[in-house]
Design a protein around this ligand. Structure first.
Ligand SMILES: *[C@@H]1O[C@H](CO)[C@@H](O)[C@H](O)[C@H]1NC(C)=O
Ligand SMILES: *[C@@H]1O[C@H](CO)[C@@H](O)[C@H](O)[C@H]1NC(C)=O
Ligand SMILES: *[C@@H]1O[C@H](CO)[C@@H](O)[C@H](O)[C@H]1NC(C)=O
Ligand SMILES: *[C@@H]1O[C@H](CO)[C@@H](O)[C@H](O)[C@H]1NC(C)=O
Ligand SMILES: *[C@@H]1O[C@H](CO)[C@@H](O)[C@H](O)[C@H]1NC(C)=O
Length: 430
């Protein structure tokens, strides 16, 4: 009797965490599941509600079931609430064979390209997201940010991306969590992209580097080819990359309808050895017209309700948007890369990247710039090239840290060398 109660309880609790998908880790420039099989993402960006779509189990079940017929094996969620219960949704996706990637930032903890900071309150909030999700076997990866550098003149934020990766990875390891891949999702800015992806993986200390690089790229607008789309250039820079690289957003909708012909290229002979797949932007139809499904006809945008916002219903039975949904399904159905088995994979075949020098084209981080310490801030303005520690942001700091504040100007000498007309104030709180 007692044992059958326990067995029933065990069955219930394993039902709550869903089917056990094999966990995934990053090795060299590939993802492998724990059975040694290479993993390629066929992903969907999923954000029905701004704060957290992974709290509505019934909705997740409906969406996961349709995503399964589409051929998806991954979703990307941009914001979650670490204090909510995600068991039902994570199980719904696991049961459909779908892994989850999550951005750890919230609207309040973003690393911003202006008034850039990486401080303990941000780290604590990121870590809470990791705490909330680390135990799900279908958690594939975590992002320290999405398009923190959004314009060509914002490259000085790059060292803060490494700082966030360093500290969240250190937390992961200190807690004894599995090696959940932790990386970054970048905007596709031609003047910065090759330098940014190299900087985030250079310097020879893996503890300070990203575990993967995601690229949000809308370069391929159907009809296009590998040569005409720009993917050929992306491939040059991705070849033998030190860590997995994938499209963390893709799916240009101009002029539309979308054929998703880029999927055949990404998983085809030119790219498949370098890339780990793609996440299509996005599941729900919204004003931007990137949706693969809708939950009902467009409504008057002035109408608001519990499940209606911005002129779109955000809950219910998902209905494919035609012909995009079927076009993607057809593409994915034709693609089943096997890649390489982990036992046959020589991790030393990947390159190491040089830390790029600053360029006149806009990359301002010169060489192997020291990764800022926790508590650092960066303020850019347009008239002085001399870094100075004026303590301008002291006022915002609690007294306890303030008295220990020291100038970090030495640490950024390398960065300052690449600057003309930019003043930076770095303040380190030790
Ligand atoms: C930490 O950074 C966040 C996000 O930029 C900011 O809102 C907050 O004020 C900072 N906290 C401290 C103590 O500097
Ligand atoms: C940056 O900080 C300045 C001064 O504190 C403030 O006026 C400005 O609004 C901030 N900018 C952003 C984008 O937060
Ligand atoms: C950065 O570039 C944007 C867009 O080109 C521009 O609006 C902005 O003024 C620039 N910022 C600085 C500090 O030069
Ligand atoms: C690598 O980086 C970590 C985190 O910053 C640091 O603790 C460690 O000492 C570094 N290792 C080397 C060999 O510099
Ligand atoms: C990136 O690719 C471009 C275009 O093919 C090439 O000119 C450039 O040297 C590459 N940069 C790096 C850092 O690999």
């Amino acid at each position: 009797m007692r044992s059958s109660v326990l067995a029933a309880a065990a069955a219930l609790s394993s039902a709550a965490v869903g089917a056990n998908l094999p966990t995934i880790e990053a090795v060299g420039n590939k993802f492998f599941d724990k059975n040694g099989k290479q993993f390629f993402m066929k992903g969907i960006a999923y954000q029905l509600t701004p704060d957290d779509p992974l709290v509505d189990t019934d909705q997740c079940k409906l969406d996961a079931a349709l995503m399964k017929t589409l051929g998806a094996n991954t979703i990307r969620v941009y914001h979650v609430d670490s204090s909510s219960d995600h068991d039902g949704c994570m199980a719904a996706f696991a049961d459909a064979g779908i892994y989850v990637t999550i951005d750890m930032d919230t609207f309040h903890t973003y690393i911003l390209p202006e008034n850039t900071s990486w401080n303990k309150s941000q780290l604590d909030e990121y870590n809470k997201v990791m705490d909330a999700f680390h135990n799900y076997d279908n958690l594939l990866g975590l992002y320290v940010g999405n398009e923190i550098i959004a314009q060509a003149n914002q490259s000085l934020a790059a060292p803060f991306i490494k700082a966030a990766a360093r500290d969240t990875k250190a937390y992961r390891d200190a807690k004894g969590y599995r090696k959940i891949p932790i990386g970054y999702s970048a905007a596709d800015i031609a003047e910065l992209r090759p330098m940014l992806q190299d900087y985030l993986t250079c310097g020879g200390n893996a503890s300070e580097n990203v575990d993967f690089f995601g690229l949000n790229s809308y370069e391929w607008c159907d009809p296009a080819t590998y040569q005409t789309s720009g993917y050929q250039t992306l491939q040059v820079n991705a070849s033998d990359f030190p860590v997995p690289i994938f499209f963390s957003e893709t799916g240009c909708n101009v002029p539309g309808p979308r054929l998703f012909a880029d999927q055949a290229a990404i998983f085809g002979p030119d790219m498949v050895k370098s890339w780990s797949g793609a996440i299509i932007y996005e599941w729900i139809q919204e004003a931007n017209h990137y949706g693969l499904i809708s939950y009902g006809p467009k409504v008057d945008p002035t109408v608001t309700g519990p499940n209606i916002d911005g002129g779109f219903t955000r809950k219910g039975s998902p209905t494919p948007v035609s012909p995009d949904f079927e076009n993607l399904k057809t593409q994915w159905k034709a693609i089943s890369p096997t890649g390489v088995a982990r036992s046959d994979y020589d991790v030393k075949s990947v390159s190491t990247r040089e830390c790029p020098k600053s360029t006149s084209g806009g990359w301002l981080v010169d060489g192997n710039v020291a990764v800022p310490t926790l508590g650092a801030t960066l303020t850019g303005s347009s008239y002085s090239k001399v870094p100075s520690a004026t303590g301008a942001s002291d006022a915002a700091q609690p007294t306890e840290s303030k008295k220990n504040a020291v100038s970090g100007s030495n640490e950024i000498a390398g960065m300052a060398a690449g600057l003309v007309g930019v003043m930076m104030i770095f303040t380190f709180w030790l």
